[in-house]
Design a protein around this ligand. Sequence first.
Ligand code: KIV
Length: 273
Amino acid sequence: MSKPTSVRRITVPKIRARKNSEPIVCLTAHSAPMAKAMDKHTDLILVGDSLAMVVHGMDTTIGITLDHMIMHTQAVMRGSEHALVVMDLPFGSYEESPQTAYRNSARALMETGCTAVKLEGGIEMAETIRYLVKRGIPVMAHIGLQPQSVQISGGFSAKGRRYDDWPAFEADAKAVEEAGAFCVVLEGMAEPLAAKITKLIDIPTIGIGASCQCDGQILVTDDLLGLSPRIPSFVKQYAQLGNTIEEAVEAYAKDVRSRNFPGPEHIYAMKAS
Ligand code: KIV
């Protein structure tokens, strides 16, 4: 069972109130140590289903299950005490009906202690968002590039690069706002469209590969640390941990092979009888 949500955590109304104000710092996490390292510098930690790709080595986010997401969210809750923690609802856990979405979201909140859930979709998900919010489940919406739909859209390419496409994305943003989402991720969206949507709606927009005009930003932490197998071109890498790990392991292997390894003498030091 999870520990109860700490009263010291940032709350949903506090994130909501950051519209047109201090930018909201968001990152993804999937483990307790990672959550601990980022907790005091972030406002919101998302346990994103991108962990399917960056942790479990899958090609898309489709294969991750609700049980996986709950286990990773429990770890993130154990490692953090300040940031608001949001769990991504995985593919297949919410699309069928508002009732299914409610059952699985309630399970997420009860078994992990996290504060909110995130789900992908605009107009088509508005009814579900309204159903959840009316029953006490805060929802972070996610529009633009929707990784759970790449089988239909054909890939991870940016959205809104033709003016003709803009009205549909603007309508999605309005729909999730009106349904009660407390903020909305704009992923992989042409910069001027993301900036326009940020002005159009009254809830915070959280950009990823979108626009610095958004009310906050999120990145997949493994991407910014240089740990992911495929790093999107818009990501600024703040560290190259993949290389650091490889170098450390190479040095370790060299020590083992040359028997240049600190021995256990201090533990097993022989005593004069
Ligand atoms: O799963 C994830 O990491 C996400 C972010 C890209 C917003 O949804």
